[in-house]
Design a protein around this ligand. Sequence first.
Ligand SMILES: [Zn+2]
Length: 226
Amino acid sequence: MAAIATLQIEKRQIEIASKLYLYGSEATDDIGIAVIEEINRMYNEPEAFVNLSGDQVMVVFNITYKIISTGEAMLRAAVNLNFRNNYIRIENENHITRSFMGYGLGDNVGHWLTTDNLGTSTTAAHEFGHSLGLDHPAVLDFRGSATPPPIMAPRGSLVDPHFQWNPQAIPGEFGGTMNPKYRKVTKDEVLLILNDLSFENDTNIRLGQISNTLFDKTGSPTRWLS
Ligand SMILES: [Zn+2]
């Protein structure tokens, strides 16, 4: 997901704003509401602060959505120059049978599946993290950490028994990996999104990239008709 980070000095906050244009056969208001509720709640929960030349500034996420037709998505994406705008196709399946974002970390397009329980499984929040440039952690064994696994932990990660699909299962075996619903956004992950950003010369900073390349129903890139 691409986004715009804005330094709002009077509110002492940095707002990260994205708009998700949802299209495809399963794009409904129910899905849109659930997805942005999950993302806003999970990313605002840690209340991360950054230090900007001596001032503590809170990082606030403000993500909105709009349902549009596939035709409108094509028209809008073709002329889009705004990093706030993202185009996510919502279907119940695709050729790799999982939700994904587009071309490289931070891209503003994706193909998400309702079968990943968008809005209740943390999948939308995980994909949102990728879209803001976050990668999976280098080490995928979170046992003994005493805290819930971070949002960027991928499926298959090793966790303490009470965060497994089945607490009785042997670690790494069937049922013995992370149930994604236990993931939480950590302060460190929020700060990583803002890593290397400088508000010195500008109060608006663009995050991610905008390929504006839409997907067909099965998750293949749509060819431009020109
Ligand atoms: Zn991932």
